[in-house]
Design a protein around this ligand. Structure first.
Ligand code: NAP
Ligand code: FE
Length: 387
């Protein structure tokens, strides 16, 4: 029987150039703002100044914390939180990809609840209200601007804060900020969004309503990603919209084994998060097709990508070729000897694995990792042979 809860608070505004209006949204929450961003892009693009000016022109006092690294650590979050406490921040403005947005959410938790952020990591759930976060995503991938997750690096692993109070109060979606992304970043983050949508669709927690968001995101991303990577502005704007849709989908249905295995590539080899997902997506989908082949085939039809799950896999593989996703994880310096450790690590992310339609054994994860080592070309040959 159909049963679900759908809770999606937060205002989402999609408009070219909306970044310059951030002050008018922030001033509703108070008069002291902390801007949280990364080390380079905000400053070099001139957006940091534009944001400061907008906030100040609306009477806010502004402090900047521009020290957020990719895959932010809890230490970075705690440093940011000390600054937020010192200035008595009443609103946090996050400008950047998933990393600054997630760091901002962590800073809001640590600052409001008065302790180090690691004390609130999952399996705990953040239930108390925290300082409001206004999120301005500059990549089109994580959907963090609409999710209740903040993914942080803790003791060399990916850990997560979870809770409705950390969903940003306002998400400002400004396609203009994404025009600066170099082709690889646009490709990799696009694959993060595509993974979110597909994983949400096959997750145990999926619902008819989360499926709506997932299907629409998949339809747009599969049709526009290659153009977006080439720099087409309309396609970039479409991707920015679609990654938000995929964020709503995972906000309700969560991610699965693609993320669970991909984390190893990031923590052990520094592979960018979206690229890590792209490297695992095909093999994990083939594995899950044993359990949810019908649902994946339905997805292929609903998104207009073919008749069955193999068609879906082939469309994804074609796009990976078009946007230069490497063929194999061995191209990213993963060696055959590592496969045991990689599979073992993946199993430690049971929050992701338990969310999938079937929970794999260690041997099954190893087999998936082996396919990722052999690479996409060989995998597709086998897939077509069996078709
Ligand atoms: P990111 O780590 O935020 O950014 C990667 C790099 O791209 C940074 O060096 C950044 O510059 C640069 N950059 C950002 N926007 C740019 C632009 N418009 N033009 C040029 N360069 C730009 O990448 P991300 O993929 O968006 O985020 C990945 C993180 O999000 C991971 O930690 C992942 O685990 C997490 N995540 C969170 C959720 C969630 O629901 N919360 C979901 C999926 C993933 P700077 O160095 O200047 O910052
Ligand atoms: Fe992700």
């Amino acid at each position: 029987m159909r049963k679900f809860v759908f809770f999606q608070p937060g205002k989402v505004i999609f408009k070219e150039g909306i970044t310059r209006e951030v002050g008018s949204y922030a001033s509703k929450f108070g008069s002291k703002a902390l801007v949280v961003t990364g080390r380079r892009f905000a400053m070099r693009s001139g957006y940091l100044n534009l944001i400061k000016e907008s906030l100040e022109s609306h009477g806010l006092k502004v402090e900047v914390f521009n020290q957020v690294e990719p895959n932010p650590s809890v230490e970075t979050v705690n440093r940011g939180s000390r600054i937020a406490k010192e200035i008595g921040a009443e609103v946090i403005v996050a400008f950047g990809g998933g990393s600054p947005m997630d760091a901002a959410k962590g800073i809001a938790v640590a600052t409001s609840l008065g302790r180090n952020v690691e004390e609130f990591l999952s399996p705990k759930v953040v239930e108390n209200e925290v300082i409001p976060v206004i999120a301005i995503p500059t990549t089109s991938g994580t959907g963090s601007e609409v999710t209740k997750y903040s993914v942080l690096t803790y003791k060399g692993k990916k850990a997560v804060l979870v809770g409705d109070p950390i969903i940003p109060k306002v998400a400002l979606l400004d396609p203009q900020v994404t025009y600066y992304m170099p082709p690889e970043l646009s490709a990799w983050t696009g694959f993060d969004a595509l993974s979110h949508a597909i994983e949400a669709y096959i997750s145990r927690k999926s619902s008819p309503l989360s499926d709506l968001f997932a299907v629409e995101a998949i339809r747009i991303i599969t049709s526009e990603l290659s153009k977006s990577v080439k720099g087409d502005k309309k396609a970039r704007a479409d991707l920015h919209y679609a990654s938000m849709l995929a964020g709503v989908a995972i906000n309700h249905a969560g991610t699965t084994m693609v993320h669970g295995i991909g984390y190893y590539l990031t923590t052990e080899h520094g592979v960018q998060h979206g690229l890590a997902n792209a490297m695992m997506l095909l093999y994990v989908l083939e594995y899950y097709s044993r359990e949810v082949g019908d649902k994946l085939s339905e997805l292929a039809r609903r998104a207009g990508l073919g008749e069955n799950w193999k068609d879906l896999i082939m469309v994804i593989a074609r796009i990976e070729d078009e946007v230069n996703i490497p063929d194999s994880i061995s191209d990213l310096k993963v060696s055959l000897e590592e496969v045991n450790r990689m599979a073992f690590e993946a199993l430690t992310y049971d929050r992701n694995l338990k969310n999938g339609p079937v929970v794999p054994s260690l041997e099954e994860v190893k087999a998936i990792c082996m396919k990722a080592i052999r690479g996409r070309r060989e995998f597709l040959k086998d897939l077509i042979k069996d078709k």
